[in-house]
Design a protein around this ligand. Structure first.
Ligand SMILES: C[S@@+](CC[C@H](N)C(=O)[O-])C[C@H]1O[C@@H](n2cnc3c(N)ncnc32)[C@H](O)[C@@H]1O
Length: 286
């Protein structure tokens, strides 16, 4: 997988994506209260990007660790948190095989990062690894794109813009329909930033990145298969009172997973019980 080139520009990313950070952090806190982890203090941000959640939650008094594949993003989080005097830990790591150690009360993986897990095996392995990093009853919150309409699968475009000081970042999220593989349920999507600053305008094309189409029922089945988490609720926006249902017709699904008390073995992976071998009678013709 080639990571999007826009992730090498954390300052522009931080501007372009800051729009919903406070409500998203409020949602994390609401989940901790609702699902019995109100004393939670140690939080893990998986695919932390430029650290918008990590910094805000650190400001609110939590102990934050952020991991991301992009060294530029991690360096940015380290510099910004130092500048703001916030004790955020940020390290380079890959969500497909996390090497991080420690125990956390909750983890979250926001803004579509989860869809970089391309296969069922990567998803269940990731869920088990995250559960292994969580305290008993720990929460894992995910947030990823789902098609609101089936005839748009792999063919959506979203765009928005944000301004900070004299810098405006226009973000374009594109899906490339010609790249859809309906068997593996993967396709290429792409981020493009158009940055307007006093020195001029530049376009930063992220390049196509392979991502997974993950449907709601399938996600529930994979969470069950992992044996690591129970799916407590799903939402179409960052509001615990609003379940994800047809009235939501949202482009994103936010899920609240809670670590199982005792990991359940996946029936599909259990070694087969010894069954009496079927007797085969060879019939000879003639
Ligand atoms: C769309 S951004 C989301 C960032 C952040 N969660 C947010 O909500 O702003 C996706 C992030 O995932 C990171 N990423 C991509 N592939 C990754 C991987 N395999 N492991 C960890 N991080 C990854 C990128 O570097 C980028 O910072």
């Amino acid at each position: 997988m080639t990571p999007s080139a826009v992730y090498r520009h954390p300052r522009y990313y931080a501007i372009g994506y800051r729009w919903n950070t406070d409500p998203e952090c409020d949602f994390i806190e609401a989940c901790l209260t609702a699902y019995g982890s109100s004393k939670a203090s140690r939080l893990l941000d998986i695919g932390c990007g430029a650290g918008r959640h990590a910094m805000e939650l650190s400001r609110r008094g939590y102990q934050l660790t952020g991991v991301d594949l992009s060294p530029e993003m991690i360096a940015f989080v380290q510099e910004e948190s130092k500048r703001a005097n916030l004790p955020v830990t940020a390290v380079v790591d890959d969500l497909r095989h996390l090497s991080l150690r420690g125990t956390y009360d909750a983890a979250f993986c926001f803004m579509d990062t989860f869809r970089f897990l391309l296969t069922n095996e990567e998803i269940t392995a990731h869920l088990r690894t995250v559960a292994g990093l969580l305290a008993p009853g720990g929460l894992y919150l995910t947030d990823f794109w789902v098609p609101a309409k089936w005839d748009l699968i792999g063919d959506e475009i979203h765009q928005w813009e944000q301004t900070e000081g004299d810098t405006t970042v226009r973000v374009f999220y594109l899906q490339h329909p010609e790249s859809v593989d309906p068997i593996s349920q993967t396709f290429d999507d792409e981020l493009v930033f158009v940055v307007e600053e006093p020195g001029g305008i530049q376009e930063i094309r992220g390049g196509p990145t392979r991502t997974r189409l993950l449907l709601p029922q399938e996600f529930e089945a994979l969470v069950g298969r992992s044996g690591a988490f129970t799916l407590r609720s799903t939402h179409g926006e960052f509001n615990l009172a609003k379940p994800f249902d047809r009235s939501t017709l949202s482009w994103r699904m936010i899920s609240v997973l809670q670590k199982c008390d005792a990991p359940q073995a996946d029936p599909a992976e259990r070694s087969p019980e010894r069954a009496p071998s079927p007797s085969v009678r060879r019939e000879s013709k003639g």
